[in-house]
Design a protein around this ligand. Structure first.
Ligand code: UD1
Length: 412
């Protein structure tokens, strides 16, 4: 890509990756079809479809975001290492499989580029619900006659942990209370889908979720919520590059922390019911962020805001509190001329007038988005390598940015 073009125009937001993945896994909870719309066309969605397909789930998908999943007959209850290692969210089959079939074998995810990311809270919660889980040959082998409702106090806020336990509890005997639950909008979207399937859930979106188990769940139709991270990435790109863009099909109320920070950077933002307009007509001011569980500032937006800070006037501190190793993009941004010093989990970013294009390498999904934002404001050509990371979580980002006037293309 060649930086320096302001962004102008309208762009449609895709369905949320982090809502689509758990909701697809929820199909395992019922013999009936689950019909989803607004499913994004992403590599991670394909991986999840492959994983479920291997288990015997019939998955039909069309280009317009429609997906039907039928888990009438399950032939395997195994999530193999080969798939779990490429997508950690595969662990989301554990709760549903155990709840409906009393048995599951799911590979341990191991570490990843951004940190250790253990799944101990998933395991502890399911054990509290009566499951026996043994770790053998790198797999979590779980069994339970029928899960029992339990009170689970999670040691820390975990998104997929909350989702796994919430799904498991829908078919458990009796009531479950999840305390210190994640409040992310994607947890709420999953809960809404489960409720449409007949689950009895209260409190999703707060830190205490109550689930009354039922004997079985039915099918449902559900529209996947808009992707707030894709939305935030496009807005950060416009704030860095300047110009005026309008997101359509967005969900502004899920983006409070991001919008507040963009306004602080000097952007004018007008949020409608499902639209967000951003206008940036000057050099951004430095804004500091500290990541936190929702409704705090999302760790999945950290790299994009670091990119914004590299060209801002003033000094920003970017502090990562969720993942211990999520600053790899800082080193790549330095190759573009950014002035960044890392002190533990904080990056001190002194804004420079201009970045210069260079070859850089994506290390993980959101790091690659941060590098794209940086490339859009760098003088000359920037080449981001390993964009398979980007394709995991963004639907044709280069096309969306291109339609907004960015000089960007995919090279094979
Ligand atoms: C989800 C999102 C991911 C986002 C992250 C944090 C999906 C598919 N992915 O990932 O995009 O970056 O939330 O918002 O929704 N932890 C434990 N033990 C556990 C579980 C988690 O120690 O059993 C730790 C993790 O290592 C991490 C923190 O808790 O430090 C938060 O992780 P978690 O919320 O579980 O992230 P994911 O659900 O994997």
């Amino acid at each position: 890509m060649t930086g320096g073009c302001p962004l102008e125009g309208e762009v449609r937001v895709s369905g949320a990756k982090n809502a689509a993945l758990p909701i697809m896994c929820a199909a395992l909870l019922t013999v009936k079809p689950l019909v989803l719309t607004n499913v994004p066309g992403l590599a991670d969605v394909s991986t999840a479809a492959r994983l479920l397909g291997q288990m015997g789930v019939a998955v039909e998908r069309s280009d317009d975001g429609l997906m039907t999943l039928r888990a009438a007959q399950i032939t395997s209850r195994v999530a193999p290492y080969e798939l779990v290692k490429t997508m950690r969210a595969s662990v989301l089959v554990l709760g549903p499989l155990l709840a409906r079939f009393g048995e599951a074998s799911v590979s341990l995810p191991g570490g990843c580029a951004i940190g250790a990311r253990p799944v101990d809270q998933h395991i502890k919660g399911l054990q509290a619900m009566g499951a026996t889980i043994v770790i053998e040959h790198g797999y979590m082998n779980a069994r339970a006659e029928r899960l029992r409702g339990a009170r689970v106090v999670m040691d820390l806020v975990t998104v997929t942990g909350t989702e796994n336990l919430m799904m498991a509890a829908t078919l458990a005997e009796g009531s479950t209370v999840l305390e210190n639950a994640a409040r992310e909008p994607e947890v709420v979207d999953l809960a809404n889908c489960l409720i449409a399937m007949g689950a009895r859930i209260e409190g999703a979106g707060t830190d205490v979720i109550r689930i009354e188990g039922v004997g079985s769940l039915a099918g449902a139709a559900h529209r996947v919520m808009p992707d707030r991270i894709e939305s935030g990435t496009l807005l950060a790109a416009a704030a860095a590059a300047g110009g005026k863009i309008r997101l359509i099909g967005a969900l502004p109320e899920t983006l409070d922390a991001t919008l507040t920070k963009l306004r602080e950077a000097g952007a004018t933002i007008v949020a409608g019911k499902d639209t967000i307009e951003i206008e940036m007509s000057r050099r951004p001011a430095a804004v500091s962020v500290r990541t936190a569980p929702y409704p705090g500032f999302a760790t999945d937006m950290q790299a994009q805001f670091m990119a914004l800070a590299t060209v801002a006037s003033g000094t920003a501190t970017i502090t990562e509190t969720i993942f211990e190793n999520r600053m790899m993009h800082a080193l790549e941004m330095r190759r573009l001329g950014a002035d960044i010093t890392i002190q533990g989990t904080t990056a001190v970013v002194r804004g420079v007038e201009k970045l210069q294009g260079a070859k850089v390498m994506a290390t993980d999904l959101r790091a690659s988005a941060g590098l794209v934002v940086a490339g859009l404001v760098a003088q000359g050509e920037t080449l981001v390598d390993r964009i398979y990371h980007l394709d995991r979580g963004y639907e044709a980002l280069e096309k969306k940015l291109g339609a907004l006037g960015a000089r960007i293309r995919r090279v094979k």
